[in-house]
Design a protein around this ligand. Structure first.
Ligand code: PLP
Length: 412
């Protein structure tokens, strides 16, 4: 934590007193250590790809590319960007509603696999490969029933959603796959295996293992039914972050140990099991810092207005949670603030509940509601932790045309 305080102190020292601080701070050293530990814990037949949609910053990709097995892109824009930032990194391409031009781009980039979301997409890929006389590799993304496994707050499958192919359509998909012509003795479009990503925000190791077990049994059932010997099973991402109690961390190491047992029990050792995690990889390395502009009471409740808001940091609004934060006073970090407004009296809160909001003209611009603060004053720094995933890049940055936050990267 001292690293973050030092980073804020450095930024504050350079700051124009009339432009209070508003910044993202990314701890790249934490990211490197965390991603390396994730990789080290994986059973030997498992791979970890990074889902770049969580945070595609070039600096983040630069740290992760040499550590992870590859990167997942979910649009043509992401494909281009990741390839431009890290030309050597293996890519996979997923996401619903892919344009024909994006599929073509993925084939030209020779991505490791395209995750097929529908029968239409399967036919488009086949037509493109035929036209180009080029091979490509695919996984069929399937939406299967959850078989009683509890849902999380963000569930993408096991019920009607736009994601993946319904299991009822698998016969048709397999018929299309069987009809794909060959080129140089190999099918133009090679089916490598199946892809499942039924839920995100998973906080429970036992439930995630139950999901893996379901994926394994489904994969085996289908391989048997269609007489296939498929080399790959993509089990998606979905490991969550407990924003209401960030000390409760998903025990990845324990999960991986139990997974190894599950792999053995289900004789899955020969299958390449691939994860594509986003949130759990980058959330904890990011901090969003807003300096307090104003504090006021309205209809009996305290509000603190920070320099910034959900147009920079939509995570709490998107997930409907109170985002964890702590307060730093300028004197805590050894900063003497220049008193530009000497004649102005401002409110100091002591042992109060306060709602933290941003600068937008909407009551939805709330980062945390009625949270206890020991003290809070104008010019203090509100530091939101776990802001490294689905944060800046999912925010409606142009709304009200406020300036973007500064970005600061802590390196080794
Ligand atoms: C297909 C797919 N894979 C992986 C991910 C990454 O999920 P998470 O960030 O929860 O690990 C997502 C997230 O939406 C996804 O849709």
């Amino acid at each position: 934590m001292q690293k973050i305080v030092n980073a804020i102190a450095n930024l504050a020292a350079e700051q124009d007193p009339q432009a209070p601080l508003c910044a993202y701070i990314y701890d790249l050293e934490q990211l490197k250590n965390h991603a390396s530990a994730m990789m080290a814990a994986l059973p030997s037949n498992c791979q970890l790809y990074y889902a770049a949609k969580a945070n595609p910053e070039a600096e983040v990709l630069q740290v992760l590319a040499p550590i992870v097995d590859g990167v997942e892109a979910a649009s043509g824009g992401e494909l281009n960007w990741i390839h431009q930032c890290q030309p050597q990194v293996p890519l996979i391409f997923g996401g619903p509603g892919k344009l024909v031009s994006e599929l073509s781009q993925a084939i030209d980039l020779d991505v490791d696999a395209i995750h097929v979301e529908s029968l239409t997409e399967l036919q488009r890929i086949t037509a493109l490969c035929r036209q180009k006389q080029r091979h490509c590799r695919i996984l069929l993304r399937m939406n299967i029933s959850l078989e009683g496994i509890a849902e999380t707050r963000l569930t993408m499958g096991g019920k009607p959603t736009p994601f993946g192919i319904d299991a009822a359509e698998l016969d048709t998909a397999m018929a299309i796959v069987r009809d794909i012509p060959t080129l140089a003795g190999k099918p133009l479009v090679e089916l490598l295996g199946f892809h499942f990503h039924l839920m995100s925000h998973q906080l429970d190791v036992g439930r995630h293992l139950a999901l893996m077990k379901l994926y394994f049994s489904t994969y085996k059932k289908w391989c048997q039914k269609y007489s296939l010997n498929l080399p790959m099973l993509n089990v998606g991402g979905g490991i969550g972050v407990n924003y209401s109690d960030p000390q409760q961390i998903f025990d990845w190491k324990h999960f991986c140990m139990e997974l190894e047992t599950l792999i053995k029990q289900n004789q899955m050792e020969a299958v390449n099991i691939r994860f594509e995690c986003g949130r759990f990889v980058t959330a904890a390395m990011g901090y969003y810092v807003m300096q307090v502009l104003d504090i006021k009471k309205n209809h009996g409740q305290w509000f603190a207005i920070g320099h910034g808001g959900t147009h920079h940091f939509r995570t709490p609004a998107a997930q409907a949670h109170d985002h964890p934060f702590f307060v730093l006073a300028a004197k805590d970090i050894g900063i003497e603030l220049e008193q530009a407004e000497t004649k102005i009296t401002t409110t100091n809160l002591k042992s109060e509940l306060v709602t933290i909001v941003g600068q937008l003209c909407t009551p939805k611009d709330v980062l945390a509601t009625q949270q206890y603060v020991e003290r809070l004053a104008v010019d203090d720094y509100l530091v939101f932790s776990h802001a490294g995933a689905y944060a800046w890049n999912i925010s409606h940055q142009n709304f009200l045309m406020h300036a973007p936050p500064q970005r600061f990267f802590i390196r080794e």
